[in-house]
Design a protein around this ligand. Structure first.
Ligand SMILES: [Fe+2]
Ligand SMILES: [Fe+2]
Length: 390
């Protein structure tokens, strides 16, 4: 049986950006590895990071949640020495001797590879998958480095991909790219909410809330929550609604989503959140009501309109506020969402007609649910009827 091949992508990831993701995906898509381990490194006195290890870890986890072939590991994170690559690889090899390990590096790192600790051992033991970097325009220097490393026994495979734009430096200096080609939307929102990299902190309790959400949600849901926060903020700005409230509601809207159904039911019963049996039997419905309770009692959210927006984010509600509409709509059109037939149409309409876009989105949901013979809560149909009469 062929050996399992694991790509190892290490770095400070200060922050993790789309160039890093593309390096991992080039190794996977090219068929060189079956799986990629992403290893954020701990701090180093030589290269102090701007963001804390925990922030870099959470951003990497959020960014990598878009591809289930990637796994983010803490193996290197809590280490403070800079001799990371060789020791991390030794430890990985010891943990899983049956797999073949491949180092994924940029051509900029290739130029400095002999400065790493124990380079000869590294080069002889592990093959390197090298991604072109825009910093390496001096082809002759690169060629001569490849020759000298090959003479030391290195196995170097250049991945066929366009050079990824260098984004980290610019971000650390305070320039956040808006384009999703450079920075995943969840990472961008994480940075803005917390005020990392010289940004103005947008959510006053972001440090506490993001830590709490990271612990309460799976990586996919965490990234989705950040993306909904950003999208809700954008919609609120476009439609003249308080953007900070939409952003906070978006961030917290799924805070109860990963609780077991039994726990949701217990909270709902103890605090008389609903008597509706349809809600009580379904986590997909109940997490919104329980989420509003959790947001108030565990996250300290006191704004009733934000709490209502959380309560109504999945079914809608006749008479819902425009803030609640932003959150409900953002939940279905945020950039990390899986595509559905009307998605692009709803996204376009959302830029000019909030009510119309929500109506289209809810109608799409109703059609989808009913065509699969699944239960649609009557409140969604009531919301559709109410929106039609507005
Ligand atoms: Fe939800
Ligand atoms: Fe959601």
């Amino acid at each position: 049986m062929a050996k399992h091949r694991v790509g190892v992508l290490g770095g400070y990831f200060d922050p993790f950006h789309q160039g890093h993701l593309r390096m991992a995906q080039a190794a996977l898509d090219g068929g060189y590895v079956d799986h990629v381990l992403v290893l954020p490194a701990g701090g180093s006195p030589d290269q102090p990071c701007v963001a804390s290890p925990e922030d870099r870890w959470q951003m990497a986890v959020a960014a990598c949640s878009v591809d289930n072939r990637l796994e983010v590991s803490r193996l290197a994170l809590d280490r403070s020495d800079a001799s990371l690559p060789v020791e991390t690889l030794r430890r990985l090899h010891k943990q899983d001797p049956k797999s073949d390990l491949y180092c994924i590096i940029g051509s900029d790192a290739l130029m400095r590879l002999t400065e790493w600790r124990h380079p000869k051992e590294l080069l002889k033991t592990f093959p390197f998958l090298v991604c072109p970097r825009p910093e390496n325009e001096d082809i002759d220097a690169l060629r001569s480095q490849v020759e000298s490393l090959s003479a030391l026994g290195a196995r170097l495979i250049f991945l066929p991909m366009d050079p990824s734009p260098a984004a980290s430096c610019r971000i650390r200096e305070g320039s956040l790219p808006e384009n999703e080609e450079f920075l995943n939307v969840s990472v961008r929102e994480f940075i803005s909410a917390k005020g990392l990299y010289h940004q103005e902190k947008r959510i006053s309790r972001a440090d506490e809330w993001l830590d709490q959400l990271f612990g309460a949600l799976n990586p996919h849901r965490f990234a989705h929550s950040l993306s909904v926060a950003r999208t809700a903020r954008h919609l609120a700005q476009v439609h003249g609604i308080a953007a900070y409230r939409a952003e906070e509601a978006g961030l917290l809207h799924d805070c109860a989503k990963c609780l077991p159904l039994k726990k949701m039911q217990q909270i709902a019963r103890e605090h008389s959140l609903t008597r509706d049996p349809a809600f009580l039997e379904s986590g997909a419905l109940l997490h919104s009501l329980v989420g509003a309770w959790v947001a108030r009692n565990r996250y300290g959210m006191a704004d009733p309109e934000v709490l209502d927006a959380i309560s109504y984010h999945n079914t809608g509600c006749p008479g819902m506020s425009r803030l609640a509409m932003c959150v409900c709509l953002a939940d279905s059109i945020e950039p990390l969402r899986d595509s559905f037939p009307l998605l692009e149409k709803v996204r376009l309409l959302a830029e000019k007609d909030l009510e119309g876009a929500l109506l289209l989105s809810l109608e799409g949901t109703a059609d989808y649910v009913q065509s699969r013979g699944k239960f649609l809560h009557p409140r969604t149909m009531q919301t559709i009827a109410w929106l039609k009469n507005l």
